[in-house]
Design a protein around this ligand. Sequence first.
Ligand code: 7RM
Length: 643
Amino acid sequence: MISRITSYDQYKTAYERSLYDADNFWAEVAAGYHWRKMWDRVHSGGFEKVDYKWFEGARLNITVNCLDRHLESFADKTAIIWEPNDPDEAGRRLSYRELHREVCKFSNVLKQLGVTKGDTVCIYMPMIPELAVAMLACARVGAIHSIVFGGFSAQSLSGRIQDAECKLLITADGFYRGDKAVHLKNMADEALQDCPSIKNVIIYRRSNAEISIMAGRDLFWDQLMASASDQHEAEIMDAEDPLFILYTSGSTGKPKGVVHTTAGYMVYVGYTFLNVFQYREHEVYWCTADIGWITGHSYVVYGPLLNGATTLMYEGIPAYPDWSRWWKIISKYSVDIFYTAPTAIRSFQAQGEEHLQGADLSSLRLLGSVGEPINEEAWEWYHRQIGKEHCPIVDTWWQTETGGILITSLGGVTPAKPSFATLPFPGIEPVIVDTNGVLQNDLVAEGNLCIRRSWPGQARTVYKDHDRFIKTYFTTYRGMYFTGDGCRRDDDGFYRITGRVDDVIKVSGHRIGTAEVESAINEHPDVVESAVVPIPHEIKGEAIIAFVICRGENEATDQARAMQQLEHEVIQTVSKTVGPIAKPEKVYMVSGLPKTRSGKIMRRILRKIAEGHPDQTGDISTLLNPEIVDEIKRMVAASMPAK
Ligand code: 7RM
């Protein structure tokens, strides 16, 4: 059994001990799991050489901990509750026994197709139980899964498959998101045109849409499963063997393939799940994130299953068929713990309270928030309307790279405060630095958030590019992991995360890099150069604004229409290249972009103007082209609604 912290005092003791007696602290936590062989060393290495390791020498399989281990005591307990997109379609429940059986069978399918330890497998699927089965089966045979969110474009999928040199793609024919059909297999086919590493494609029939099949390459899930044995002995892995790759956007270049390894990730994610949500044996837990993001990996699948919890997966969107859907799901399954993103909370808030009428939310015990800063109004609304003022809220701050939650309250156990993530989880040593890397040691402080020591769930590298890993996270401030976030610490010592200080944008909680969007825009044949900045958005948290320089003059008579057409095309290009989630909210056609004498685009200036603060651009006299700033200011002002 994994251990639980049940009082504020206990948290304080655990936290202290996690720092001064770290190895013993983590050894005790780790003892709650199943190991084939125990570790030789709890922790070694560090941030100087970026060579940290956890539980070195240990041997295990994470799926034995997620599944086999629970069969003795509660094989018939529901592991996964699945709610389909269409409310009239029957849902599904998989017990631990059934999930174990499906995973064993699919592991044999993988084995039969020649997938072995260390191979990379891409998964591009809707939110259906088979997605969890596929990822767990990969982990069971020792293959590294790389899950690509179903909302990413064919081109994004292709880039990720190529980078990880995946051998197999697991996908579905298609599915419905609300009333919109998503043609996954068509997108996969398009992506696979330049993915020579892919030997086979496994297709799960979900929508029964007509799809094209490449003989010899494409295989059907149901046919493969029909003849597969349900007996499978898990491959025993080394503690530091990679478990998965997950691509995430940064400030520059293409998305990075962040690598998480087996033992440390398991120990950390299982332990945080239990303690942050204070999970109790018979509770139903629902995290609304898609498994294609880290929140889904850690807190839809691995964290809950490691604790023998019942985890709910919903295939659809919040407003389908209408805004009452989520509340109906909570009533239908008597959900106890509900974990979602501020952007969703604000959308519901904007709808008025009608959708809540008649919803029975009395089963709820605890609420969680993740993905972006939660503003006070949204926190209060969540607390009052959903939590009926009695459910604690955990505001959980973490990242793809951190594997699990780092700064949070423990639900109902440690204090909460609206818009504050509050205190570090045991083992986490946050520090605040100024832009020169000087530690801000006063209790009340503001600056950039770094973490001073490694924790078990930390990402180990960028797939096949350790130098990029070091450069991105460990060179800005020596000896520290730089999170990319800004933060404040108040007189209670509580942390409030204020948002990214780099060129990463969180649109509706989805992480998008400016560089990615810009390079997509630049693919349009009429575009010469572009710059993308975030602006605050009432619902989405942040929205993307693009400034674009286009080739040639348009017909003077019809310039406005030509511009509109071009704006539309630019937005479509982004949608096609990255995915619909990265679409700019607004595109400004400009004749130049503010640049320094060395040619660097001054996004900071564009951001101020786009945010509606043209008077805050600072000194622009040293720019290469200061005159462009006025042009841009006029253009943005003209398009803004009068105050
Ligand atoms: C889990 C996830 C990471 C970035 C991170 C922050 C922002 C996440 C919170 C938050 C304020 C929170 N992973 N972020 N959680 N900001 N409060 N509770 O979102 O890799 O996709 O994004 O998300 O900026 O750096 S992620």
